[in-house]
Write a protein that binds this ligand. Structure first.
Ligand code: ZN
Length: 350
């Protein structure tokens, strides 16, 4: 294990040296040594039903995003790539965190993606960003990764309207800014040593993913109205399913993808065997000449035509509506928690 760490450090050190640009800030160190980037036992654990996990949304307003063009509005499922172009594919990982829980960080996935140089997109809950500030900073400043918005507390946006809906969309943008701020102050370098981490980490998130993959026209309109691109998927790994074995998940993904696909996984501890499945999926897709890119890169690929819909769904229209009942049951449970432990008892500002 010690030898592996040393080898990994040497690889990263020399890769960083080789990648350093002439205009890279001199004399500054990388923000995190390899041992600080590596996953730790217990990171993946989810702690549920704990009153201390209550967090008020950050105050203030986030920086506004540019308005979307009419052709960018809707739920993006995948892209169509011109015949003969590179076989691009985007792996995405949701970091969901509900009220009164601290979700996990499945660092084994991230370790693997870094070791294999696999580009990927993470959709983080705003509260998750605040409960996982170091991994969040590491992800947002990593040259392989980008981070998108996965709502404040993973509410089903079909059940919300008005201020509640706006809060789920806006609060994560502010949380991202807050978590990114210390990178400005630290003036340390991103993992590859080629730029400051604060320059690598975009100032705002520009992508959004709906919890449960569920939306209605009002929620979709609100997300797009905030300048966020709504990113769905065309292939789901099914990794939160308890019975999904790594080989079955890998088979499902390998049979489901095509060039331009967006694939859904979970990186918050709710994917049971995600890292193991990736160890099978990634080499097999590479053997078929697939290249892994971030969602933003997929959308901007030459000639990419977005498959964009007026409705959100998993594999067929209407199939995510079934989460309405589940979300209502969760809401009832959260309301009981709030009545007992929430801000009106503790006096916290909301
Ligand atoms: Zn989620």
């Amino acid at each position: 294990m010690l030898l592996r760490c040393l080898l990994a450090w040497l690889v990263v050190f020399f890769a960083g040296e080789a990648a350093a640009q002439p205009d890279a800030p001199s004399g500054e160190a990388v923000c995190w040594k390899p041992g600080e980037l590596a996953s730790h036992p217990g990171d993946k654990d989810i702690r549920k039903n704990i009153p201390s996990a209550y967090a008020a949304p950050p105050s203030g307003r986030s920086a506004p995003l540019p308005a979307l063009r009419p052709g960018q509005r809707g739920a993006i499922r995948r892209v169509e790539l011109p015949h003969g172009s590179r076989k691009l594919i985007a792996l995405t990982f949701d970091m969901c965190e509900q009220p009164y829980e601290v979700a996990g960080y499945d660092g084994a996935i991230v370790d693997f993606l870094r070791a294999e140089q696999v580009r990927a997109t993470f959709f983080a809950g705003g509260k998750w960003l605040l409960t996982h500030q170091t991994p969040a900073q590491q992800l947002m400043s990593d040259p392989l990764f980008e981070v998108g918005n996965h709502t404040w507390e993973h509410r089903n946006l079909r059940l919300l309207a008005g201020a509640g809906l706006d809060r789920e969309i806006e609060a994560p943008q502010r949380a991202y800014e807050k978590v990114r701020e210390p990178l400005e102050a630290r003036q340390c370098l991103s993992r590859d040593g080629a730029a400051r981490a604060s320059e690598r980490a975009p100032k705002s998130m520009s992508l959004f993913r709906f919890p449960f993959g569920a939306c209605n026209p009002e929620a979709l309109d609100a997300v797009n109205g905030a300048g966020l691109l709504a990113i769905q998927w065309d292939v789901s790994s099914g990794d939160p399913s308890l019975g999904a074995l790594p080989g079955q998940m890998a088979n499902g993904v390998l049979h489901g993808v095509k060039p331009g696909s967006i694939v859904l996984f979970h990186g918050n501890g709710r994917g049971w065997h995600t890292a193991e499945a990736l160890r099978e999926i990634v080499p097999k897709l590479r053997a078929q000449s697939y290249e892994f890119v971030m969602v933003t890169e997929l959308l901007n690929a030459p000639g990419a035509k977005w498959d964009i819909r007026p409705v959100c769904f998993d594999s067929r229209p209407g199939d995510t509506d079934r989460y309405d009942d589940l979300a209502r049951r969760l809401e009832a449970r959260f309301q009981k928690f709030t009545a007992r432990f929430g801000p009106q008892r503790s006096g916290e500002a909301r």
